[in-house]
Design a protein around this ligand. Structure first.
Ligand SMILES: Cc1ncc(COP(=O)(O)O)c(C=O)c1O
Length: 419
């Protein structure tokens, strides 16, 4: 654990004891380290220093305004997939020329907002979308830079629910159609199709699938740019795997950066990367309280006050999160244990093991590595509020999102049958 460790038997981050924070903030709550975000961002920046890409942080992984603002100060741009993420990025201070807009189903309103705000590039995922972007740019009397997101038909070894590069996945434009779109697009008078983009999935540990995509795409770019430089922007997506289970091999980021350099003419291309998880994953924990403990024969259930509405990854795609008590203990119990939330779904299971710490009702737990796809995926399911998010910075912390009140959580609902 890089950013959350025991000091004097208390789980701590930077100079703050998490248990002390929990005396002031109601559980469950997300707790992040500012230093962790800065470190992770700068480690990536350093690994790519020879290429000097635009690092467009995938805001979907954690889009809290303070986080976006913190990363912007370190030099990050944004990869957004909705007008909501785009607006948040702008409010956080990220410059439009550092923003790329991905996503398979952008509405006309979203595209119009992006064009009006002069973002760097819209990555189109179908020919119909190219038509829509062109029409809107024409209406606005402008020329919009566009990237074509290719579907390379290459998948990385990852959970099928986070794989995006196969021909059976909904993402991108089939590889076979791409060349024609770059070479015969005079009818699109208001878009400059000068970018190529791909993203083959998330949580990929192996460099092999990237090698395959780079080779295919590198050859395609050479062919298209043979007589004239048509492709000027290369957006290679994100997806760099991280080690949730503390037993996976580390993603070879330096080797990957070298591969990018050797596969593409990076001196003459603006390179964009869209890392999300690799920046935010280990920056945060979800702090929760043990409500009840019960046994069903030889099975133990530890029931917490956070559930799948707060952290969806385990239920959604078997995401693994190590869980530790805030107060360090070596005592464990060897029994099949499920740590579960209060949601009325059997998949509301946060963790399973044949051995877990001997915790008591009322104890506090930290669900580790919850910085990515944690709070950004949370919901009001079971009419539960979105929880506090706090950011530790050295000796202090700030609340960066307030827990929703019940009234706020139902504010958009209208009761029409008054009697
Ligand atoms: C288009 C695109 N770019 C970047 C990312 C970020 O991926 P990761 O968080 O694995 O780096 C995603 C994630 O789904 C994505 O869809």
């Amino acid at each position: 654990m890089k950013y959350f460790n025991y000091k004097d038997e208390n789980l701590t981050s930077e100079n703050m004891s998490i248990a002390d924070i929990a005396t002031e903030v109601q559980t469950p709550f997300y707790c992040y380290s500012a230093n962790a975000f800065k470190n992770n961002f700068n480690a990536l920046k350093n690994a790519f220093k020879e290429i000097n890409p635009k690092i467009c942080y995938a805001t979907k992984s954690n889009s809290n305004l303070s986080i976006l603002n913190l990363l912007q100060k370190e030099g990050a741009g944004a990869d957004v997939v909705s007008v909501g993420e785009l607006k948040k990025s702008l409010i956080a201070g990220i410059m439009p020329h550092d923003i790329v807009f991905s996503g398979v189903g952008k509405t006309s309103d979203e595209i119009e907002f992006a064009i009006i705000n002069k973002i760097f590039q819209i990555n189109a995922e179908s020919t119909s979308e190219l038509n829509t972007i062109n029409k809107i740019a024409q209406k606005l009397g402008t020329l919009q830079q566009v990237g074509i997101r290719i579907n390379p038909d290459v998948t990385g070894k990852t959970h099928e629910n986070i794989s995006t590069g196969g021909i059976g996945d909904k993402f991108g434009i089939p590889f076979s159609e791409v060349k024609n779109l770059f070479l015969n697009n005079e009818h699109f008078e208001n878009i400059d199709i000068s970018g190529i983009a791909f993203h083959i999935g998330s949580q990929i540990h192996d460099i092999e699938p990237f090698k395959k995509v780079f080779q295919k795409t590198g050859e395609l770019i050479k062919e298209i740019n043979k007589n004239k430089q048509i492709i000027k922007v290369l957006d290679i997506g994100g997806g760099f795997g991280v080690d949730y289970e503390n037993n996976q091999k580390e993603f070879p980021i330096e080797e990957y950066a070298e591969l990018v350099k050797n596969s593409f003419d990076t001196k003459n291309l603006t390179v964009v990367i869209e890392p999300g998880r690799s920046i935010s994953w280990d920056t945060g924990i979800l702090v929760t309280k043990v409500l009840y403990i019960k046994k069903h024969g030889e099975k133990k259930f530890i029931i917490t006050d956070c559930g799948m509405n707060d952290l969806m990854r385990p239920a959604l795609y078997d995401g693994y999160h190590k869980i530790l008590p805030l107060a360090e203990t070596k005592n464990t119990e060897k029994i099949s244990t499920d740590i579960v939330g209060p949601i009325c779904e059997s998949t509301d299971r946060l963790f399973s093991s044949n051995e877990f710490y001997d915790v008591k009702e009322g104890d506090l737990l930290a669900i580790l590595n919850s910085g990515a796809y944690g709070s950004s995926m949370s919901s009001n399911y079971n009419v539960r509020p979105l929880v506090d998010e706090i950011l530790i910075d050295k000796d202090n912390y700030n609340i960066i999102r307030n827990r929703q009140s019940f009234e706020e959580s139902i504010a958009q609902e209208i009761k029409i049958n008054k009697n």
